[in-house]
Design a protein around this ligand. Structure first.
Ligand SMILES: [Zn+2]
Length: 134
């Protein structure tokens, strides 16, 4: 069942709400930026994501095929969420950084299933051979 969570960057300039079903599972990926950021993400549809403030504080970082918008707060540097509009993600989708949720309990996060994906090889459907370090 979906529940509404509030998320923010570190300084609070960027705030959002997202309706997430934590039982549906999260994503950890081995691509170059997820590795460096240690990303732990929940994918949500546009209708389940609301940016409350801070649009002007967000910088957009893109690399490679420039499909995914890796947004970060220009004040504190934290990446509270990103988005992409691609068939790989079923159309437009937001990737919420679970580490930025302010009101998810430790128990809720600890119980969330993790789906590992092989982003390093542009394979979003198959887990990588090794994922224990992600
Ligand atoms: Zn910030």
């Amino acid at each position: 069942m979906k529940k509404t969570y509030r998320g923010s960057c570190h300084c609070g300039a960027v705030r959002y709400e997202a309706d997430i079903d934590l039982n549906k599972g999260s994503v950890k990926c081995n691509c170059s930026i997820c590795t460096k950021m240690r990303n732990w993400l929940a994918m949500v549809k546009p209708e389940d994501f609301r940016l409350l403030r801070g649009e002007d504080e967000l910088n957009d970082y893109q690399f490679g095929r420039k499909v995914i918008h890796h947004l970060f707060c220009r004040r504190c540097g934290v990446h509270p969420f990103g988005w992409a509009d691609s068939p790989d993600f079923g159309g437009k989708a937001y990737a919420v950084n679970l580490a930025c949720l302010d009101d998810a309990t430790d128990e809720e996060l600890a119980g969330m299933p993790v789906n590992y994906v092989d982003g390093r090889n542009d394979d979003w459907k198959t887990p990588p051979a090794e994922a224990r370090h992600l």
